[in-house]
Design a binder for this molecule. Structure first.
Ligand code: GLP
Length: 242
């Protein structure tokens, strides 16, 4: 694992954007695995900035997102499709047809998971998968205790995740209780994994995930087994491991 420590959130975002940019420049038709949450927003802003300066071209890039809430329309401002449009896709020249987010409104979510697995396979797998990390070590929406060998599947969100994400909704009751997420197996098959973490509140879980035992109770701990992981964090998030 490579660890890049930055002074602050802005520095972390810039370093992470550099790593994604390297992929896009070296392989213009690469497959980017993208993530939501507040942590990668600065990285997306940096990518948009470099695109506006003419340094990046997303015209051949394909993307596949980690997860989506079950029951939210793409137009709902808390859906992850909306997030991606707003924070990246609408601002760069990626072809909308090349962007993939699970369909939260699919009438048969299980069938949607299978379709999504096929989408990932048909693209030849993921070149770099961006990951944030929940406070309980979840990645995507793979909550503690789930099997490591799953591909895309439907999950019941934990109370802790619902509470953490309630800040984005009018009330906790409005947070969807289920989500479609790429599984750990799908994530582990990415050729490179880029984990972004920021803030002191992530310091403890970062230590557990990368220096503790590899256990399903800490989903991100499986990343220790991946041969090409880059961890980009600010000093605060990495404070317990440096
Ligand atoms: C959500 C997302 C995850 C994300 C996590 C952490 O639960 N499904 O993909 O990593 O939140 O979010 P944040 O970066 O806001 O701490």
């Amino acid at each position: 694992m490579k660890i890049y420590v930055s002074d602050d959130y802005k520095g972390m975002s810039r370093k992470a954007a550099n790593i994604v940019s390297a992929q896009v420049i070296l392989n213009p038709a690469c497959v980017l695995g993208l993530a939501t949450g507040s942590t990668p927003i600065g990285m997306y802003q940096q990518l948009i900035d470099w695109y506006n300066k003419g340094d990046l071209d997303f015209s051949q890039v394909k993307s596949v997102n980690l997860d989506e809430y079950v029951g939210l329309a793409p137009t709902h401002d808390q859906s992850y499709r909306y997030f991606m449009q707003h924070n990246l896709f609408d601002h760069v020249n990626i072809d909308p047809a090349n962007t993939n987010v699970p369909n939260g409104l699919a009438s048969d979510p299980e069938a949607e998971c299978q379709r999504y697995n096929e989408v990932i396979r048909s693209m030849g797998g993921i070149d770099v998968q961006v990951l944030g990390m929940g406070h309980n070590g979840h990645i995507g929406f793979n909550e503690p205790g789930q099997a490591f060998e799953l591909e895309t599947h439907v999950v019941d969100l934990t109370e802790r995740t619902i509470e953490a994400n309630a800040r984005f909704f009018a009330s906790k009751d409005e947070v969807p209780k289920r989500a479609i997420t790429m599984g750990i197996k799908s994530i582990m098959q990415a050729r490179q994994i880029l984990v972004v973490v920021s803030g002191e509140d992530k310091a403890e879980i970062v230590k557990k995930a990368f220096f503790g035992p590899v256990v399903p109770q800490v989903p991100a701990s499986i990343l220790q087994m991946h041969p090409n992981v880059v961890l980009c964090g600010d000093k605060a998030a990495l404070s317990q491991i440096l």
